[in-house]
Design a protein. Structure first.
Lengths: 107, 224, 69
C-alpha cells in the first residue's frame, strides 16, 4: 500500500507517531526489583495500546461506522481496561502518572 | 571502574578542555577526543547525578566548543570508548564544526493555569458511550491545544533573527507545556534573542515564556 | 557498553515550578551524543532484551507505506 492511498491509515500512522512519544526511550530494570520493573514495562505497553484502540474507536464513532450497541460495548471494555491497568499499577506500587494513565477526572 | 562519557571536543582543544575537571580521562580518535569521568558503577539517573553531568559539561563548554554527551554513556574503559569514538569520527568531527562556538537557549512556552486545565467532564462516565464521548472531548481539547501551540511556535520562529537550521521545537511534549524550543545561537546573539522572545511572550494571553541558558548544545549535538 | 542498570527518571511535571528543571533533565536524558547503542533492558548489568519499540513502530510504518529506509 503506498502512502496517501488510505486516509484512515494515514491518520492511524499519524497517531502512532504521536503516541510513540509516550513511550520511554530507555527502560531500565532495577535488579533488586525485577517484578516491579517488568510490571511497569508491561503496563506501559498495555496502556499505550489501549490509547491507540480508544482513538480508533473514537474515530469510528465520529465517522458513524459503529452502531449504538458497538459504541457501548467498546466504551465499557476500554473503561474496564483503563480501571484494571490503574489497579495493577497500584498493586505493584507504580505511579500511574508514570504510565501516562488517566484516572477518572483529569487534573 | 567504568567511565561515564561527558563530552566530545576537538583534538587540539583537549588540553584546554581537561582543565574543566582534573579527574577527566581522555580517549582519542583522530581529530576528536572524548572526555569522561570515572564512576563506581552504581549509576542512577537521579537529579544530583544529572546536575553533576550538566555542571561538568558546562565547565568543558566554557573552555572549548564541544558536543555534550547524553547522560548515561557508560564504557568499560578508555580503550572501549576510543573504539566507539573512532567508529563515528567523521560524523562527529562534522557535527562539532557545525555547532562550533554556539550555545543553546531553551525556550519553554507553558500553558497559563495548567493546573486548572479541564479536558472534559469531571464526572466519572456512567456508560460506555459516555466514556468514549469523554475521550472524544479530551482528544478535541488536545488537538486544539496542539493547533494553538503550533501556530504560536510558527509566529515566534518567524520573528527570531535565526536560521531555521538553528532552531528545533516540540509542540505539546508534556501536559503543562505548549512547546519546548531549542535555539543554537552565538554568544553575542543571546541578549537580543532573549529580549525578542520575552517581548513576544508578553503578547500571549494563554502562554508564559521562559528562557534558560546559555547551555551547552545538547539538542544540536547530533543531526536531527 | 552502556548496559549498567540506570534507574529510570520519571520526567513528569507536578508543579509549574518544576518545568524549568524538567526541560534541563529532558535534554540531559534524551539529547546529546550517544556512542553506545540503542535502548536496552538490562537486569543486573546483563543485557537481555533489545527493545526498539520506536524502531519497530517506525519500521511497521514504513512497511505499510511502501517506503524503504
Amino acid at each position: 500500500m503506498t502512502a496517501g492511498s488510505d486516509p484512515i491509515e494515514l491518520e492511524l500512522r499519524e497517531e502512532l507517531r504521536h503516541l510513540q512519544g509516550l513511550l520511554p526511550e530507555r527502560i531500565d530494570i532495577d535488579p533488586d526489583d525485577v517484578e516491579r520493573g517488568l510490571a511497569g514495562l508491561v503496563l506501559t505497553l498495555v496502556e499505550f495500546l489501549r490509547q491507540v484502540l480508544e482513538r480508533q474507536a473514537i474515530r469510528r464513532m465520529e465517522g458513524n461506522t459503529l452502531n449504538d450497541d458497538e459504541i457501548e460495548r467498546i466504551g465499557v471494555a476500554l473503561m474496564r481496561l483503563e480501571k484494571k491497568i490503574g489497579e495493577l499499577a497500584e498493586e505493584f506500587g507504580l505511579d500511574p502518572d508514570d504510565l501516562q494513565i488517566r484516572l477518572g477526572a483529569p487534573v | 571502574m567504568t567511565i561515564l562519557l561527558r563530552a566530545i571536543v576537538g583534538a587540539s582543544d583537549a588540553a584546554k578542555a581537561r582543565g574543566a575537571d582534573p579527574a577527566l580521562v581522555v580517549a582519542r580518535a583522530g581529530a576528536i577526543v572524548a572526555l569522561a569521568s570515572h564512576h563506581d558503577g552504581t549509576l542512577t539517573a537521579e537529579t544530583p547525578a544529572l546536575l553533576e553531568h550538566h555542571r561538568i559539561v558546562g565547565e568543558i563548554f566554557e573552555r572549548a566548543p564541544c558536543l555534550p554527551a547524553r547522560f548515561g554513556g557508560v564504557f568499560a574503559d578508555v580503550r572501549t570508548l576510543g573504539i566507539r569514538l573512532a567508529e563515528r569520527e567523521g560524523e562527529l568531527a562534522l557535527a562539532l564544526a557545525k555547532v562550533g562556538q554556539r550555545c543553546e537557549l531553551a525556550v519553554t512556552l507553558a500553558w497559563k493555569g495548567a493546573g486548572a486545565m479541564v479536558n472534559g467532564s469531571a464526572v466519572v462516565p456512567a456508560t460506555g458511550r459516555d466514556y468514549l464521548e469523554r475521550g472524544r472531548a479530551q482528544l478535541h481539547a488536545l488537538r486544539s491545544r496542539e493547533a494553538r501551540a503550533k501556530a504560536v511556535v510558527a509566529r515566534l520562529v518567524a520573528e527570531l533573527p535565526l536560521e531555521q537550521a538553528f532552531t528545533r521545537h516540540e509542540t505539546c511534549p508534556r501536559p503543562a507545556v505548549a512547546a519546548s524550543m531549542s535555539l543554537l545561537v552565538t554568544r553575542d546573539q543571546i541578549a537580543a534573542m532573549r529580549s525578542r522572545i520575552e517581548e513576544f511572550g508578553a503578547t500571549l494571553p494563554d502562554i508564559t515564556t521562559t528562557v534558560q541558558g546559555p547551555w551547552p548544545p545538547y539538542t544540536f549535538a547530533v543531526s536531527a | 557498553m552502556a548496559g549498567l542498570p540506570v534507574r529510570r527518571h520519571a520526567v513528569s511535571v507536578r508543579t509549574q515550578q518544576e518545568v524549568p528543571l524538567v526541560e534541563l533533565v529532558d535534554r540531559l536524558l534524551n539529547r546529546g551524543v550517544v556512542l553506545a547503542g540503542q535502548a536496552t533492558i538490562s537486569v543486573a548489568g546483563v543485557e537481555l532484551i533489545y527493545l526498539g519499540i520506536n524502531v519497530v513502530l517506525a519500521a511497521a510504518d514504513k512497511i505499510n507505506s511502501g517506503e524503504t529506509s
